[in-house]
Design a protein. Structure first.
Length: 477
């Protein structure tokens, strides 16, 4: 079995991972976990128990129908075992995937005929495809015309024409309920005497930005619509995050002269209501942002562990781009949320005016730094303003701080820039780095003015993340 979105894996590794995928599919068929070991199951964002996979032929189902209950009881040990070797249970409650979609990665140069041949053989219909330059492959989104058995899914992933295959995960914006202290606390007016983010390019992958809003009208330089006609008209979340980063009117943005690239990756989900983003659209958005010379990528959303997004963010980081993401708003007992939990990403949590942790923020060894994220003034719909709470808002402050640093000290490489963020943070909570605040509260003035020796950021706590042996990792991890 090929590693998901990484062709460099040994034959033994393929066999091991193939077994893991088969287990995950089996659990998915019983409604216990999502296929391909990734999306969450049940709860407020879990996998779709009724989605597009079947457990076998109709004849087989008729023979075993009366024994369905014992079969479910026997599945419990498999689920416990999967918890140690796959990502599925750990991501329960975080993300869904499109139950009738499959993403397949082909080598660059694969013909349309080959892609359509694969579709015909496996009962698929090509919905969309895109060349992803960062990972040098052609990513194809297929829809299943009929339910696919676990065996057939495994055959697809092992097909020599396909580099890898995985679900099309869904992501949710990490915004809490609305509940302006941040400008004063972070000494932003003082910092603006030194830097304003001039010339720094920041990509915001989100719901979209209302470009006519006076706060950000002069900040957004280009837009990319990854979702096409599936997009929705509520740009509040993306507009709010962008205004924190680079507002020029009506409120104080952290880096008002930064240039914003807006990637629309979220679309309204007709079946579930809230806007969601698919793996396919996030990967394309990251690829587009890097092609447009983005220096920082803001990702105020959370979802499941996702090999495709892991790979594309690794490639972006190697290219010198700094990914910043929200840790999530699912509370103290929530499992790690991605993409924040990837080691190559700055994971941001939120605090209030009294430096207390946002009560809904995720905790964990992967948390890098904290920033204001409760009762934060942001641009909203049309020409209005409002208050926003959540780790999404906090992420915008860290992204803005990096833009200021890059303008002020353009010679710094990305590792040193990240080191500036962590080394100058004001310690909160337990002494040293902790599971709630990471390295501590963002200190923008310190980030800009301190001369911290280059250092590689601490590796995020592997004990909380999925064991490296469970899902093969790319070299950068």
């Amino acid at each position: 079995m090929k590693m998901l979105f990484n062709p460099e894996i040994s034959n033994s590794g393929r066999r091991i991972f193939a077994c893991l995928v088969a287990v995950c599919f089996a659990l998915a068929l019983l409604g216990k976990a999502p296929a391909f070991a990734g999306g969450g199951g049940g709860g407020g964002g879990g996998g779709d128990d009724h989605g597009g996979f079947s457990s076998g032929s109709s004849a087989s189902k008729q023979k075993t129908k009366k024994k369905a209950a014992p079969a479910k009881r026997k599945a419990a040990p498999a689920k416990r075992k999967a918890a140690r070797t796959t990502t599925a249970p750990a991501n329960a409650g975080i993300s869904r995937y499109r139950p009738n979609h499959i993403l397949a990665l082909f080598v660059t140069g694969t013909t349309d005929q080959t892609i359509d041949d694969v579709a015909a053989e496996f009962g698929l219909a090509r919905l969309a495809d895109s060349q992803i330059r960062l990972i040098d492959g052609r990513l194809v989104k297929y829809a299943m015309k009929r339910r696919m058995t676990a065996r057939r899914a495994l055959e697809l992933a092992n097909d020599p024409r396909v580099i890898s295959a995985q679900p099309n995960y869904l992501y949710r914006m990490a915004a809490g309920a609305p509940v302006q202290f941040a400008v004063k606390k972070l000494e932003i007016p003082r910092v603006h005497e030194i830097a304003t983010g001039k010339g720094v390019i920041v990509a915001v992958i989100d719901s979209g930005i209302r470009t006519k809003h006076p706060a950000v009208a002069k900040s957004v330089i280009e837009q990319f619509n990854a979702v096409g006609k599936r997009g929705h008209k509520d740009f509040s979340h993306g507009t709010g995050v962008a205004s924190i980063i680079a507002a020029r009117a009506g409120m104080v943005g952290v880096a008002p002269n930064a240039q914003i690239l807006s990637a629309i990756a979220f679309a309204k989900d007709k079946k579930r209501g809230p806007a969601v983003a698919e793996t396919y659209d996030i990967v394309r958005s990251v690829d587009w942002a890097v092609s447009k010379q983005a220096q920082i990528i803001n990702m105020s959303f959370t979802g499941a562990r996702d090999p495709a997004i892991d790979d594309v963010l690794n490639a972006a980081r190697k290219a010198g781009v700094i990914p910043v993401a929200a840790v999530g708003n699912l509370g103290a007992k929530a499992p790690p949320a991605y993409p924040a939990a990837y080691p190559q990403v700055i994971a941001v949590t939120a605090t209030d005016a009294r430096d207390r942790l946002y009560k809904r923020a995720n905790r964990g060894a992967y948390v890098t730094v904290a920033a204001p994220g409760v009762d934060v003034l942001v641009a909203r719909r049309t020409k209005s303003y409002g208050l926003m709470s959540g780790t999404s808002a906090a992420t915008g402050y860290v992204t803005g701080a990096l833009a200021l640093l890059i303008e002020h000290r353009p010679q710094l490489d990305s590792e040193t820039a990240v080191g500036q963020i962590t080394a100058t943070a004001r310690d909160l909570g337990k002494q040293g780095r902790d599971r709630q605040f990471g390295h501590g509260l963002l200190n923008i003035y310190g980030v800009i003015t301190s001369d911290v020796a280059a250092k590689t950021p601490e590796q995020k706590g592997q004990s909380e993340l999925i064991p490296a042996s469970a899902v093969p990792q790319t070299a950068a991890q």
